[in-house]
Design a protein around this ligand. Structure first.
Ligand SMILES: Nc1ncnc2c1ncn2[C@@H]1O[C@H](COP(=O)(O)OP(=O)(O)OP(=O)(O)O)[C@@H](O)[C@H]1O
Ligand SMILES: [Mg+2]
Length: 296
């Protein structure tokens, strides 16, 4: 079991590759726990999580990312990291969380995904307990906990979205992306009672396109249930610099700070911080894991 005092006193851990991990010193506020999700794959979630995390750091926020794409890790690729351990080692009890967390650019901390962790639903009680024990003490150390969920309606993705406090749905203006975003929200609402979502529209040519996706989805939600809400968080323009940055395994905000996309991420971070928390008042990361585990 993790030594929480050691971890949270700015101790530098020589773990998980060359870099040690410096976990921030404990502060009492509870973080916002936010999933970034989509119906259709390839709409930009992982890039959004990585770049939004950097933009939030630059606004002074302490950010922890969970790569929730448990079958196919990819946040580490965006950051050019090769973590030696991942969440699978925490689940199995082989490693403490502090040994698994890696430091990304600008002090972002990342819990890498474990290839081979296919279904949270199939965890044994002992494995669930390992997870809970490890995550129990994280709350005071971060302002924002971002979860890159992967795409679709598989059980892991639905569970991450139920357990998070806030859900950012990413869609593009492709009809298949809009339809699948709508289907994801409908399932979350009808099967799990989730009512509030936030929308980020990616890869658009201009704001008008983004607004029309928002209107389409708002119309769908009104048909599903009067009590549902979709908050518009804005848009990121289509930008070829993503491809260039990807080849260099560097987030676009770091590599091409003057690009249209980078400006979009800075605005998104400000808008996100100004947007309402769907709030719990205490123990948010702890609550997230308890909720996640108890979904099964
Ligand atoms: N605004 C954008 N403009 C141009 N290309 C983009 C933009 N956002 C993302 N991309 C590109 O789209 C591709 C998919 O991005 P990404 O891997 O982040 O999507 P994803 O939603 O995480 O995919 P998956 O569902 O497979 O996890 C990448 O090649 C990325 O560089
Ligand atoms: Mg992804």
């Amino acid at each position: 079991m993790v030594n929480s005092v050691g971890i949270f006193n700015e101790k530098v851990h020589e773990v998980n590759g060359a870099k040690g991990v410096r976990i921030y010193s404990a502060v009492s506020a509870f973080p916002r726990v936010v999933s970034v999700t989509s119906g259709k794959g390839g709409v930009g979630k992982t890039n959004i999580v990585g770049n939004l995390a950097i933009a939030l750091r630059r606004l002074g926020k302490r950010v922890l990312i969970l790569d929730g794409d448990l079958g196919l890790a990819n946040i580490d690729i965006i950051f050019g990291l090769s973590p030696a351990y991942n969440i699978r080692h925490v689940i199995s009890g082989e490693k403490d969380l502090a040994e698994v967390i890696v430091e990304g650019p600008e002090g972002i901390l990342i819990i890498p995904a474990g290839s081979g962790v296919h279904e949270l639903a199939h965890l044994t009680n002992g494995q669930k307990l390992n997870l809970l024990n490890e995550f129990d003490t994280l709350d005071g150390d971060f302002d924002i906990f971002l979860i890159d969920t992967g795409a679709g309606i598989s059980s892991n993705i639905i569970y991450f979205n139920i357990a998070a406090q806030e859900r950012i749905v990413v869609a593009t203006c492709e009809p298949s992306s809009i339809r699948s975003a709508s289907a994801l929200m409908e399932i979350m609402h009808t099967q799990h009672g989730t009512r509030r979502f936030k929308l980020l529209v990616n890869m658009v040519n201009d704001e008008e396109e983004a607004r029309s996706v928002f209107e389409d989805l708002t119309g769908s939600l009104e048909r599903f249930g009067k009590d549902m809400s979709l908050e518009y968080l804005g848009f990121i323009l289509k930008d070829d610099n993503f491809q260039r940055a990807a080849r260099e395994q560097c987030p676009v905000l770091q590599r091409y700070p003057e690009s249209a996309a980078s400006k979009g991420f800075c605005e998104l971070a400000e808008r996100f911080l100004a947007s309402s928390e769907n709030g719990l008042s205490d123990g948010n990361i702890k609550f997230f894991w308890r909720k996640l585990i108890s979904c099964h």
